[in-house]
Design a protein around this ligand. Structure first.
Ligand SMILES: Nc1ncnc2c1ncn2[C@@H]1O[C@H](COP(=O)(O)OP(=O)(O)OP(=O)(O)O)[C@@H](O)[C@H]1O
Length: 338
């Protein structure tokens, strides 16, 4: 397993990564999630050995600080693939195998196996410049997987692709990681991608780990209001947990954990327009999305008059100024405990 202990990376006086302690178990996929500039890539690069760091990076208990990048047994994939432009697809995938001195016949069979695995069977002789962006990323992944690395380090592997391809490849990549039993550290700033790929998420802010947990746990119970805000909450209401129920002016829903005060973080998906909804308000803002309309709703005065995010279907979307009724969807809200 990978252990990162008290890891700090400095650029001059600036600490891009600060005292980070994290571990990744065998076969686990951990996503590093956080806003731009929070130190995700720097942390990944320090684990790869590409960045000088203080603190420890260990594999199965063995310290890696003196071990150069190519001897760590890690596979790397970057945002833009970084394929060798003058080699064909097979030549790119075979690169690490050649380095490790594998005989030609074994190399060829391993390359064929990987092409199959990433859905590019028959592409071996193609030039990499003739490939689409999605195909190039598959080749980069095959190249990283070919020498059977003990850890895969993926830095925004899908972010250069358009949205649809990205969603599709995220699903395929998740399946591939499971199928190969890979242990992986994945940098992303995309929440959906983190949820699709990762068993566990580490949320970073200004070089520090703010929270780790299963994606759904981090999504539903962010560590603080900053984390909730990063995870899409745009309004907060006071709430209280008592006997397994979280209550606020919006109603109540079942939660686990101790009694006490809490803060309810609201995202559009947490309040849906519904004829029989228990919450009344008036639409004061609306934004069209692909498959939904996001609304800003001013709640009735007797509910406190707060402005909250909500959403409706596209065909049934209310107009600006319209009175609406909203139903609370517990899957769309976050509960922040003090
Ligand atoms: N070589 C460098 N010299 C000086 N500062 C750097 C260097 N590389 C990164 N930084 C700074 O360190 C911080 C962390 O950068 P990093 O690339 O790790 O962030 P990130 O979370 O991966 O961001 P993004 O999602 O935008 O890629 C940023 O403030 C960045 O400007």
């Amino acid at each position: 397993m990978l252990e990162i202990a008290g890891l700090t990376v400095r650029y001059g006086e600036f600490r891009a990564v600060s005292e980070v302690t994290l571990s990744v178990a065998d076969g686990e996929v951990l996503a590093l999630l956080g806003p731009s500039g929070c130190g995700k890539s720097t942390l990944l690069r320090a684990v790869a050995g590409l960045e000088a760091a203080q603190g420890a990076v260990r594999w199965d208990g063995a310290e890696l600080s003196g071990v150069p990048v190519h001897r760590r047994g890690f596979g790397l994939v970057f945002q833009d693939g970084q394929l060798f432009p003058h080699r064909d697809v097979a030549g790119n995938i075979a690169f690490g195998l050649r380095m490790s001195g594998l005989a030609r016949a074994e190399r060829e069979s391993r390359v064929a196996e990987l092409l199959e695995l990433v859905g590019l069977a028959g592409y071996g002789a193609r030039g990499v410049r003739e490939l689409s962006g999605g195909e190039q990323q598959r080749v980069a992944l095959a190249r990283a997987l070919a020498p059977r690395p003990r850890l895969l380090l993926l830095d925004e592997p899908l972010s250069a692709l358009d949205r649809m391809l990205r969603d599709q490849l995220a699903g395929e990549l998740a399946e591939l990681l499971r199928k190969t039993g890979s242990t992986a550290l994945v940098v992303t700033h995309d929440h959906d991608e983190a949820a699709t790929l990762a068993d566990r998420v580490a949320l970073l802010r200004a070089g520090r780990v703010v929270q780790t947990g299963a994606p759904e746990q981090v999504w539903c119970s962010p560590a603080d209001e900053w984390a909730a805000g990063f995870l899409g909450c745009t309004a907060f209401l006071p709430a209280r947990v008592r006997a397994g129920e979280a209550s606020s002016v919006l109603g109540s829903f079942a939660v686990a954990g101790p009694d006490g005060p809490a803060t309810l973080g609201l995202r559009p998906a947490g309040l849906r327009v519904a004829e029989r909804g228990e919450v009344a308000g008036r639409v004061v803002g609306r934004t069209n999305r692909r498959d939904r309309v996001e609304l800003s709703v001013r709640l009735d005065e007797k509910l406190g008059g707060h402005e909250v995010p909500a959403q409706s279907g596209v065909r049934t979307a209310p107009r600006l100024g319209e009175e609406v009724r909203l139903a609370l969807d517990p899957d769309g809200v976050a509960l922040v405990r003090p």
